[in-house]
Design a protein around this ligand. Structure first.
Ligand code: URA
Length: 237
């Protein structure tokens, strides 16, 4: 498997016994196919999910995988852990060991967690400049005041990272229940934002990321995303 984009001739010579010179000949004879189409361009760029074959023999046929999981509390957002159950332990699929987590949740946070084997996709999701919103339902120890929404919209300075959080939207549902949408994802970000008001987060649940919502997926359940759903995760301005 290749993680980044690379030239086809380099890829074939690294993954078979053909030399770069042999590859030129194979290309001239239309014996190499990428995604089902014979290729003659030596400079052709391929990636992790290009389907590549030589004389009909598959050299690479990775499938991109995108999953959403409704994480229960008491499960770690990690692929392995010596003590606790991990989100990967919940996945029962032959490709589970290929997966990594795209955006962690704390041990006791519940809700939508995304897993994939596509590093470009997860990178795209995590880049603050792509403005992909993560939507949380938050139960607090104390009532919220009007100041919260104002300060969150302005951004909060985090001393440790020396950054100001991106503008966040707060919707008040009741005295101590709110929805919060943020586009960045700093360590314990939601808890630290409410911590600015000395207001403790009692329950934290992520119900959406970008256009994706958990819907009726129950705690501990997961499902694969459709190509359209996976493709819906892109820059949002
Ligand atoms: N912010 C937090 O504080 N915890 C989470 O799990 C997610 C966002």
């Amino acid at each position: 498997m290749i993680s980044a984009r690379t030239r086809l001739d380099r890829f074939i010579s690294q993954h078979t016994s053909f030399s770069r010179r042999d590859v030129r000949l194979l290309l001239a004879q239309s014996r190499i196919e990428v995604d089902g189409v014979a290729v003659s361009d030596i400079q052709k760029i391929v990636h992790q999910f290009s389907q590549i074959s030589v004389d009909g023999v598959s050299i690479q046929n990775n499938q991109p995988r995108y999953l959403m999981l409704n994480k229960p509390a008491g499960v770690v957002s990690a692929t392995t852990d010596p003590q606790h159950k991990t989100v990967l332990d919940i996945i029962d699929a032959p490709f589970r060991n290929e997966l990594h987590i795209a955006g962690r949740l704390d041990y006791n946070t519940t809700g939508l967690i995304l897993l994939t084997n596509d590093g470009c996709w997860s990178r795209n999701l995590s880049l603050p400049e792509n403005h992909i919103q993560k939507h949380y339902l938050v139960e607090l120890e104390n009532p919220v005041t009007a100041e919260y929404a104002e300060l969150f919209a302005q951004g909060i300075y985090f001393e440790y990272e020396q950054i100001t959080t991106a503008p966040a939207q707060l919707r008040v549902l009741s005295e101590r229940m709110v929805e919060l949408s943020i586009t960045d994802g700093r360590y314990h970000q939601v808890k630290r934002m409410f911590g600015r008001f000395q207001n403790k987060v009692l329950v934290l649940h992520r119900y959406g990321v970008g256009n994706l919502q958990l819907g009726d997926l129950e705690l501990g359940q997961y499902r694969e995303l459709s190509a359209a759903e996976a493709g819906s995760i892109h820059r949002q301005d």
